[in-house]
Design a protein around this ligand. Structure first.
Ligand SMILES: [Zn+2]
Length: 108
């Protein structure tokens, strides 16, 4: 197994894993099933993402880097009116309920 990324929470780990899987890369998340539901993990628990195919390492690393750069940008967040959840600006849909995000962003 090749560690390619760490994530601060299960949501981030899942988003990143989905991104990699959408690129055809098999990815495994460790540490994400210790305490059940999303949001219950302690804030300082790091989840680790692994791949097991060395041929995917360069592409996976690049995708992780792009993902992390997007996370660091101070993008406005959207308010999901369907499930009343804040969604980071780089996502086109709600991570919680899957609703499409409106174009209207909050001022913060
Ligand atoms: Zn939602």
């Amino acid at each position: 197994m090749i560690e390619i990324a760490t994530a601060a929470n299960m949501v981030e780990a899942q988003l990143l894993a989905d991104e990699l899987r959408s690129g055809g890369i098999e990815v495994f998340v460790s540490g994400g099933y210790l305490s059940g539901a999303i949001g219950e993990l302690p804030a300082d628990t790091l989840l680790r993402l692994y791949i097991n195919n060395e041929m995917h390492r360069d592409r996976a690393t690049a995708m992780v880097h792009a993902f992390e750069m997007a996370r660091k940008q101070d993008l406005p967040r959207s308010w999901c009116r369907t499930c009343e959840e804040w969604i980071d600006g780089q996502f086109g849909h709600c991570w919680q309920c899957g609703a499409s995000m409106p174009d209207t962003h909050s001022p913060d």
